[in-house]
Write a protein that binds this ligand. Structure first.
Ligand code: ATP
Ligand code: MG
Ligand code: MG
Ligand code: MG
Length: 577
């Protein structure tokens, strides 16, 4: 440890919202360089390497072959599939010296499809599954929680190529099983949920969500085995009614629809914002405010995120009239008001580009005389509860419904339970979306050209490091499972004279010879500092060599339980194997 490039910090990083972020920075595993961009220091890199190793082993066992594609990619393939536009602000774009457009890859379907197209031409070449562990770039609207939502992050992405749908179903099943093994080995408590394919396209997709209260995804599940991301839940849609209780008309709304224009105009007129007018696709994850006016009328408004410069109650108050009282909605209330969107891009859905390339949805409808606009991307929802009385009934209802705990599941099982999770992995049966756009075809056994069926399969590798940290850490610091810890054991030498360090070095060397990763704290620091650091750094087992030496013993501490046992010096190594 006297040589290791690590410094533990006494203070929380100012932007730390979640425990894993706080401790990974304080324990010197990562350092922030810019929003959502982190450097990996030796300890962090060791954990990530262990996560990668598990993923590599399972991918290889599933028959996938490892490759590495560039992060810097030309515009044209993304133009061909429409994603150059669809991704909107969600990708980093750049120009070279000849003024050609490039992007930093957010995900690599296009380039994999093109490479297979270059090299393969026959059904005999398939099936094929390729994977890479590689750095991805997404200009996330809200990078947060350290590694959990980065703008540069590491993903394992795999792509399968099959000659027909039955082949795709097989490849998908093989990857799905590999994912289960990966998340089992990473030690997650997770659920596999039905998910939205979103802008990725394709017929079916599932997410692997690690159960966590800090997760950004909400999912439902029933004891009957139904599990779905709330975005993908299909439940009967209650008929919206207008102020008089008369059901509003269901009419398709299209981009630029007068309904949306009216709503946006109303917002800009009634609640103008100084720096940025309201637009059809506004920020997501908005916070609801209840506005109570002096005359007693109440109104609910959604404006920006906590900490966002949009949310300035003082300014809002000035805008909304004197005497208006603001109260932020509790999270639970927000959930109550959250409207869930059933379909992605379909009739009645207004698409505008979102930060992740997944389109925001705007759904105007009138319930109890109040017009609602619902926006959603794949992870977020927002609700605008607008001014009463205006005539918003003209058009614009899509299939929207609210899912509540206790409701029956769409498959009849129930009651539904709502919980939160961190999206760790996402698998897609893409079908021919990319191969059609890029002309990826092979000859079938009859000499006929057929379009290749693709699947794509992602795991958030850097996100997994944070999620494991999040699940394990406590008020003292990190706490790793043995399989993922940078070192399985920390040997701490304390006390005067040469003997403690000599004994500690002996134990550490013997353990290393047995193939155990050991960290030796040989620093000239006080025992208090060393013990505190050993807790912050979070190796699962700590061996303290010091005071007990007089009696020929060392102390073995379990980081998680705090249990301590004394072990004779001679048997210490055997005890730790
Ligand atoms: P999210 O809903 O959290 O934004 P996503 O659905 O956009 O994720 P995918 O396109 O499905 O992500 O990418 C595959 C995997 O990559 C995700 O399941 C997640 O584990 C990881 N991932 C995606 N975005 C990020 C990010 N910004 N930082 C870290 N990991 C990410
Ligand atoms: Mg995303
Ligand atoms: Mg998602
Ligand atoms: Mg996803």
């Amino acid at each position: 440890m006297s040589e290791l490039f690590v410094r533990t910090l006494r203070d929380d990083p100012s932007d730390a919202e979640v425990a894993s972020h706080r401790w990974l920075v304080r324990a010197g595993y990562i350092r922030r360089v810019a929003p959502g961009i982190y450097s990996w220091l030796p300890l962090g890199l060791k954990v990530m390497a262990k996560v990668e190793q598990i993923i590599r082993e399972e991918m290889t066992a599933a028959g996938a072959q490892e490759v590495r594609f560039p992060a810097l990619l030309p515009r044209e393939p993304y133009e061909a599939t429409g994603r150059w536009t669809e991704y909107g602000d969600g990708i980093f774009r750049l120009r070279d010296r000849k003024d050609a457009d490039y992007l930093l890859g957010p995900t690599h379907e296009e380039i994999f499809a093109l490479t297979v197209k270059d090299l393969y031409s026959s059904y005999k070449d398939l099936p094929l599954t390729l994977f890479q562990v590689q750095t991805k770039y997404r200009d996330e609207a809200r990078p947060r929680a350290g590694l959990l939502r980065g703008r540069e992050f590491v993903m394992k992405d795999a792509y399968s190529f099959d000659v027909d749908e039955a082949g795709l179903a097989r490849s998908y099943a093989v990857q799905r099983a590999a994912y289960q093994r990966i998340f089992d080995r990473l030690g997650f408590e997770y659920v596999v949920v039905k998910a939205m394919s979103g802008a990725m396209g394709g017929s079916m997709s599932e997410e692997f969500l690690a159960l966590s209260p800090i997760g950004e995804d909400t999912f439902v599940r029933s004891p009957g085995g139904y599990a779905a991301n709330v975005e993908a839940v299909t439940v009967p849609v209650p008929d919206p009614v207008d102020a008089t209780g008369v059901p509003a008309a269901h009419v398709e709304a299209t981009p630029g629809s007068p309904t949306i224009e009216t709503l946006v105009a109303a917002l800009n007129a009634d609640h103008p914002r100084e720096d940025r007018p309201w637009e059809a696709a506004d920020t997501l994850k908005n916070v609801l405010f209840v506005v109570t006016r002096p005359d007693g009328t109440r109104e609910e408004l959604a404006v920006g995120l906590p900490g966002d410069r949009d949310v300035d109650p003082k300014r809002l108050e000035a805008q909304l009239g004197e005497g208006a009282v603001f109260a932020p909605f509790a999270e639970a209330d927000f959930a109550r008001h959250t409207q869930l969107v059933k379909g992605y891009i379909g009739p009645g859905v207004l698409g505008s580009e979102g930060p992740t390339g997944i389109r925001y949805l705007l759904d105007p409808r009138v319930v109890d005389g109040t017009a609602w606009v619902t926006g959603a991307d794949e992870a977020d929802r927002h609700v605008l509860h607008l001014v009463k009385g205006r005539d918003f009934t003209a058009d614009g209802v899509i299939e929207v419904a609210e899912v509540r705990a206790g409701d029956p599941a769409p498959d009849g099982s129930g009651p539904l339970e709502l919980a939160r999770g961190i999206e760790m992995g996402h698998i897609f049966a893409l079908g021919t979306k990319y191969s059609d756009a890029l002309g990826l075809k092979v000859l079938d056994p009859n000499g006929k050209l057929v379009t290749v069926q693709m699947g794509s399969y992602g795991v958030g590798v850097s996100r997994a490091v944070a999620a494991v940290a999040e699940a394990g850490c406590d008020e003292k610091g990190l706490c790793w499972p043995r399989e993922l810890a940078p070192y399985a054991v920390t040997v701490v030498a304390t006390g005067k004279g040469d003997e403690p360090l000599e004994v500690a070095t002996g134990i550490a060397t013997a353990l290393a010879e047995q193939g155990i990763d050991v960290l030796l704290d040989d620093r000239k620091a006080s025992p208090g500092v060393k013990f505190a650091d050993s807790e912050v750094l979070g190796m699962p087992t700590v061996v303290v060599v010091g005071r007990g030496l007089a009696d020929g013993v060392v102390e073995v501490r379990d980081r998680r339980s705090g249990d301590r046992v004394e072990v004779a010096v001679e048997s210490a190594v055997a005890h730790l194997l």
